[in-house]
Design a protein around this ligand. Structure first.
Ligand SMILES: NC(=O)c1ccc[n+]([C@@H]2O[C@H](COP(=O)([O-])OP(=O)(O)OC[C@H]3O[C@@H](n4cnc5c(N)ncnc54)[C@H](O)[C@@H]3O)[C@@H](O)[C@H]2O)c1
Length: 411
């Protein structure tokens, strides 16, 4: 069972950050619970004529800084504990990045890979109907997360607008561009990670050349493509079926074609098949966990051989692991900072929806770069001030920004 540990470690981090900052216990208690938990079970007609009852969550942590904001994931492993932890991470992430949002998260307990396209559409539309009373452009703005595509977000928008009886583009982000989506949203997490990495290189006067990426979906796949285009060596990638390694660097466009044909990255010509465990232990400049939580823990942190870890997934490195890695001189860039590009560009998309005026690609990437680089420097400054690693510093910054907003509201 991974999720209870994930929630416990998130709560421990919040408590520790409050203690380090000398924050009053009432705020620590406030940040250790959620404002609202909506748990639903809705019927979905399956293609064979049967009805499935789909359990799902929308969990809202705090809206001290603005409306709740957070993705929706579809996974058979999704649980109340996991979604609760993820909603807390969203609050912290928005606070670290300086966005006018609180944190929330959605989870649909289902195996998207086993649904037909029509069934998936009914699951997505049913979810939005079930949670419609708690979302809205000024209330809670969902977005994509694991196993939720742009197409699925388009169905969700359409369902919400049908219920509202009018257009509401700012109710959800990650939409297809033709439905009010923003240019660059699909690659935003990856680009955000690249900008953070560049800032780290500048600060530490180094150049990173080789990368191992766990996860070859929306986030990991986009990052692999961008790095390949930039002439960097992506020596290994993996998906849920296993991984591949090539010392000279993988041909990423060819690997995408291979995966589209076979359904897996494994068995790619010239490359060696490896396990996910082997990928995590490779000697590279950057290890990028971009799949799921709890991948680097106290149990395997001693086996990591990368020079730095860029956490693009949510919660892939737990606190104990970050301490071990830090002691071993491995630089860890935490998820709440590193993968913030998604919510930053979601914020632009939300603003675009409210303005009714489309942002250009250069406008999106220029502003994303400014925000990510500033956030890196802000976290780094806290790490210097408090003499703490970047992981702890990010949480300290996030918690303090939320508490400042609570105080300004006289809470
Ligand atoms: N999509 C976003 O906008 C966004 C934003 C911020 C953070 N994230 C986080 O990034 C991570 C990936 O999200 P995504 O949108 O790319 O999801 P996705 O569903 O598009 O891709 C997930 C990838 O991880 C692989 N995978 C799953 N379990 C694995 C395992 N145990 N070992 C190795 N590979 C595994 C899958 O095969 C797939 O290639 C998640 O933690 C998500 O919460 C996503």
């Amino acid at each position: 069972m991974q999720s209870p540990d994930f929630l416990t470690s998130t709560l421990n981090l919040i408590r520790e950050s409050c203690e380090i900052s000398g924050i009053d216990e009432k705020y620590m208690r406030l940040l250790s619970r959620t404002d609202k938990k909506l748990i639903v079970e809705y019927p979905v007609s399956m293609d064979d004529g049967n009805v499935s009852f789909i359990k799902a969550f929308r969990i809202q942590h705090t809206n001290a800084l603005g409306p709740y904001k957070g993705g929706i994931r579809i996974s058979p492993m999704s649980s109340e504990a996991e979604v609760t932890a993820l909603s807390m991470l969203m609050s912290l992430k928005c606070a670290i990045l300086g966005l006018p949002y609180g944190g929330s998260k959605g989870g649909i307990v289902s195996d998207a890979g086993k649904l037909s396209r029509n069934e998936l559409e009914r699951v997505c539309r049913g979810y939005i109907r079930a949670i419609s009373s708690v979302i809205g452009p000024d209330m809670d703005i969902p977005a994509p997360d694991m196993n939720v595509s742009e197409e699925s977000i388009g169905w969700m928008l359409d369902e919400y607008e049908k219920m509202a009886g009018h257009s509401v583009p700012a109710v959800i982000t990650g939409k297809p561009v033709v439905l009010g989506g923003i240019k660059g949203r699909k690659t935003a997490v990856a680009w955000g990670g690249i900008f953070i990495m560049e800032e780290a290189e500048r600060l530490y006067n180094c150049k990173c050349k080789s990368f191992a990426i766990q996860g070859f979906g929306n986030v990991g796949g986009s990052l692999a493509s961008i790095l390949y285009e930039k002439g960097k060596k992506v020596v290994a990638v993996s998906d849920s079926t296993g991984g591949v390694y090539l010392e000279d660097g993988l041909n990423i466009p060819a690997l995408f074609k291979h995966k589209a044909k076979t359904g897996s990255v494994t068995g790619f010509k010239d490359a060696r098949d490896i396990t996910n465990k082997e990928l995590l232990e490779l000697e590279t400049d950057f290890l990028v966990p971009a799949a799921t939580e709890d991948q680097i823990t106290g149990k395997n942190a001693a086996d990591i051989n990368a020079r730095a870890v860029l956490s693009l997934a949510n919660g892939p490195v737990d606190k104990r692991a970050s301490e071990i890695l830090n002691d071993r001189g491995i630089f860890v860039i935490p998820d709440v900072l590193a993968n913030g590009g998604g919510v930053v560009v979601s914020h632009f998309e939300w603003a675009q929806g409210r303005q009714g005026y489309a942002w250009s690609g250069p406008q999106v990437s220029g502003n994303l770069k400014l925000i990510m680089k500033k956030a890196f420097r802000d976290v780094h400054d806290v790490s210097v001030d408090y003499k703490k690693d970047m992981y702890t510093a990010a949480y300290i910054l996030g918690v303090n920004n939320i508490v400042s907003a609570l105080k300004a509201r006289s809470i």
